[in-house]
Design a protein around this ligand. Structure first.
Ligand code: PMP
Length: 435
């Protein structure tokens, strides 16, 4: 069972393109009844896990439910009317380009602008030739896995990690191995030991997938003094680093940290996205790829999508050219800082002893830890009954093993609702600890 928490918000539960409960029922019935086409599925298809969001769907229509589940950006703060005019002008004035196929690597102008976005993060040497535009960074993860991994190869991930990446890796029949984090992120000694053990056992490790800044789901950031060491450990073992950094610019506390890629251009494939700093519905992300890996990476990307969506690229390009995109990021930061604080204050006020949580310096998520032995998955239904939704920690591990953690997202819900959601959650957790 795999939860798809990224899509789950109060507003979007029934409109995000996800299936309503009756449709899931119908699919489940179809999936469990034998059909003469059953033998036609690939082994890969068998590895694609079933979504378990239906628990959440069933309650989605309930008025007053507070969803702390979905990691969606708060788009209400975008200048929507002006964006509508910009989109209309693109079609009116350049429609024959905007609605046409484009180059497989994406528009050069936008790739140039993406280099400026990366410069704002501390990557100063990126050039447009090294960038491929993808359908969100989700698709860049898929391309990386397709290009590097044979079935049975190993990918290392930090524990916990992004559910969408796990789904991608598992669909390619990759063996996902976890490395533990502490409050300062991935622990270099544990990474080194894990790599040594796996390589000694003859395993083919292809890359470390890591979210060093404001990890989804934990909110944890890899400490500055560990960043160099992590890349060196991978380089010495001849393993690539796949750095996923969609939240990096959304820091609302503490000093900015350069991405791993900044000082290690030859060892890191860097994934970026406009989903959190602008709008996820446009599905525009990118990969910054070391030169010696580009040919195959770009060809693979092209084989998936032919070209990234032209109209959306032009809209993002116009946005970066004509709007105060850094100002918008500042708005997002202020908004998420306030929401995060509301969540931390509410946790302080309402949570019983024995429960701890992370204090993120950016991003969308707080990661809550219950005492050992408490499984948060069965608590989901109880929380729903109490009028609040979270994502159980099991969703963020490769094997869905029982977890005493849970993820709370503060990005999509106003501060008062966050406070109310945490207040509703507290007795559910208190009872679980007591029981
Ligand atoms: N990586 C991480 C860590 C994410 O949290 C998400 C989305 N929630 C993605 C990648 C996917 O982003 P995109 O919309 O760019 O595909």
């Amino acid at each position: 069972m795999r939860l798809y928490p990224e899509h789950v918000t109060n507003e979007t539960l029934d409109t995000a393109g996800l299936l309503p409960a009756e449709a899931i029922d119908a699919l489940e019935r179809a999936a469990t009844s034998a059909h003469r086409h059953d033998g036609l599925f690939s082994e890969r298809a068998a590895n694609i896990r079933q979504s378990a969001v239906r628990d959440v769907f069933d309650v989605s229509m309930r008025p007053g439910l507070v969803s702390l589940a979905g990691g969606s950006p708060y788009l209400q703060s975008l200048p929507l009317e002006r964006l509508a005019e910009t989109a209309a002008a693109i079609i009116a004035n350049e429609g024959l380009i905007a609605l046409q196929y484009g180059g497989g690597q994406g528009m050069e102008e936008l790739r140039k602008q993406i280099c400026e976005v990366m410069a704002a993060e501390g990557i100063l040497d990126a050039v447009p030739q090294n960038v491929v535009i993808t359908a969100g960074s989700q698709s860049a993860q898929d391309v990386a896995t397709k290009v590097f991994c044979n079935p049975g190869d190993v990918v290392l991930v930090e524990n916990p990690t992004y559910v969408g990446a796990l789904n991608t890796f598992e669909a390619y029949q990759v063996k996902v191995e976890t490395v533990e984090m502490d409050d300062d992120g991935l622990v270099p000694e544990l990474l080194g030991a894990r790599i040594a053990a796996l390589q000694t056992a003859g395993k083919n490790i292809k890359f470390l997938y890591t979210i060093p800044s404001f990890n989804n789901p934990s909110g944890i950031t890899l400490a500055k003094e560990r960043r160099q060491r992590i890349v060196e450990i991978c380089r010495n073992a001849n393993i690539l680093v796949l750095e996923d950094n969609p939240y990096g610019l959304l820091r609302f506390d503490g000093a900015p940290l350069a991405p791993l890629r900044a000082d290690h251009p030859g060892d890191v494939i860097y994934l970026g996205s406009f989903s959190k700093i602008f709008a996820p519905g446009l599905r525009i992300g990118w990969a910054l790829v070391p030169e010696h890996l580009q040919r195959r990476y770009y060809l693979a990307s092209e084989s998936v999508t032919l070209c990234p969506p032209t109209l959306n690229q032009m809209l993002v390009s116009a946005y970066l050219r004509d709007y105060d995109w850094k100002g918008q990021i500042a708005i997002y930061r202020g908004l998420y800082a306030e929401r995060c604080q509301a969540m931390l204050d509410a946790l302080d006020e309402h949570m019983p002893d024995g429960i701890s949580w992370t204090t993120p310096e950016g991003g969308f998520f707080v990661w809550v830890t219950l005492p050992q032995g408490v499984d948060t998955y069965p608590l989901l239904q109880k929380a729903i009954d109490a009028g609040v939704v979270f994502i159980p920690g099991a969703a963020f591990t490769p094997s869905d093993e029982p977890s005493n953690k849970l993820r709370l997202a503060f990005s999509a819900v106003p501060p008062e609702a966050i406070t109310e959601g945490v207040r509703r959650l507290a007795p559910v957790l208190r009872e679980a600890i007591a029981g």
